[in-house]
Ligand binder design. Structure first.
Ligand code: LLP
Length: 427
């Protein structure tokens, strides 16, 4: 981000605070999040679409009460996908009508709570859920705004585990075979549901806009079929999230305004061709807002050179604070941030402290050959899906999230303690 610099001794400074001070005050590992960067990315997304669209930040990427307040202040909406995320959002004052509730297996209790709270939309994910939500809304004497999530049959070019638009998977209702049209038919018949639109999310960490183009084309095709069959033009479409960010210098992400322009053009063009009123668009970026805003600060422990292979650099965290390398073969970069070094670079692998050989944070990296225990290293772009997917494996304590801004640091999620761990242990 813009506020990251190096001082004369090579010490990294972010938001006006140097990492040695952060490590002293808050310990390591720690996620260090640049609040100004977060806010400016959130704002860039909101302003990119002007008033023609709604931006729902995907809370699964990283959610805390501070984040909810920032989003609220910046005029973004929020996508939640569990009762826990919903509770966090509501407790931090996000107005319920600006919350969208997702998930392929929302429980009856979760649905009831969302309807009672008055969430702006529930994204229906199956035939059973159409009936379930309708029933609960009727019981509560209300009419719930809903979207139907469909799978458009696009192969997104990303890791299999994070691609979500092909049909053979658990999310959504397939467009194929008239299933989505049938879902719409049923939803329109139920008085306690107000069907406001169609939803499609094709996957994550996507750079190529062509998948979104195909998705938009097919969603608009469905809107047209709905108009022809029922005489109603649904007012909204949601194209999901999934926009890629730069994890390493090989990635070349697109800016929000380019994405907004491309999506708006596709939808407008498709609607004109189908003689439909252009629906209001919504998007759900998670990673693209929070991913680049944080890095993980680790202290180097054991440094183990293996002759002819590489040097294993162990840090004080690992797969418990970043599971993405083990899970998706994700690529990250890493640098020495507590000093400068003129030493020859060495081929390194940054690994954690867990009892597992797959506990790798950065698979291949060049680090200075004089790297030593006590040095601080930073892994950038860990704002999304690292703290939110963190675990207590090996009873390692989950790191804090420290927000920095204007020379001030503030803990927004504190470090876990042994008491936290033991609190759940009964007997
Ligand atoms: N909307 C829906 C319906 C989603 O399922 C997701 C992500 C998003 C929005 C936000 O996607 P984003 O813009 O953050 O890519 N844990 C994985 C990614 C799984 C994401 C699941 N859904 C990872 O670490 O890459």
């Amino acid at each position: 981000s813009e506020t990251v610099t190096r001082d004369d001794d090579g010490v990294l400074t972010v938001g006006g605070i140097d990492v040695k001070r952060l490590a002293e005050e808050y310990g390591t590992p720690a996620y260090v999040l640049d609040e100004d960067d977060f806010r400016s990315r959130a704002r860039a997304w909101r302003t990119a679409f002007g008033d023609n669209a709604d931006v729902f930040y995907a809370g699964k990427a990283f959610l805390s009460r501070a984040v909810v307040r920032w989003l609220n202040e910046e005029g973004l909406n929020l996508d939640v996908c569990s009762g826990g995320e919903l509770a966090t959002a509501l407790s931090a004052g996000m107005p319920a009508e600006r919350i969208a509730f997702h998930g392929n297996n929302k429980s009856v209790a979760e649905i009831r709570r969302a309807v009672e709270a008055g969430v702006g939309r529930i994204v229906l994910d199956s035939f059973q859920e159409i009936v379930r939500v309708a029933h609960i809304a009727r019981e509560l004497g209300t009419r719930q705004r809903v979207q139907i999530r469909i799978t458009v049959g696009v192969e997104a070019h990303t890791h299999e585990f994070i691609a979500t638009a092909h049909e053979d998977q658990k999310f959504g209702i397939p467009l194929a075979g008239g299933q989505a049209a049938e879902a719409v038919r049923r939803a329109l018949q139920l008085d306690s549901l107000e069907l406001i639109g169609i939803h499609s999310h094709i996957g994550s960490q996507i750079f190529d806009m062509s998948g979104f183009e195909v998705a938009a084309h097919r969603v608009v095709g469905l809107l047209k079929d709905i108009r022809d069959e029922h005489g109603v033009e649904l007012p909204e479409i949601d194209l999901g999230g999934g926009l890629g960010i730069a994890y390493t210098s090989d990635d070349d992400p697109r800016e929000p305004h380019e994405i907004a322009k491309a999506l708006t053009e596709i939808v407008t063009r498709e609607c004109e061709a189908a003689k439909l009123r252009t629906p209001r668009i919504s998007v759900e970026p998670g990673r693209a807002i929070v991913g680049p805003t944080a890095f993980t600060l680790y202290e180097v422990g054991t440094v183990k050179p293996l002759d002819g292979l590489r040097t294993y650099v162990s840090v004080d965290g690992g797969m418990s604070d970043n599971i993405r390398t083990a899970l998706y073969d994700a690529e990250y970069s890493v640098s020495l941030v507590s000093r400068s070094s003129d030493a020859e670079p060495m081929l390194a692998r940054v690994v954690g402290k867990h009892c597992e050989s797959g506990d790798i944070v950065v698979k291949d990296a060049f680090l200075p050959g004089d790297l030593a225990p006590g040095d601080l290293i930073a892994v950038p772009a860990t704002g999304a899906y690292c703290r939110s997917m963190a675990s207590n494996y090996n009873h390692v304590l989950r790191p804090p999230v420290v927000a920095v801004k204007d020379g001030q640091a503030r803990v927004i999620v504190r470090r876990e303690t042994e008491e936290d761990l033991l609190r759940l242990d009964v007997g």
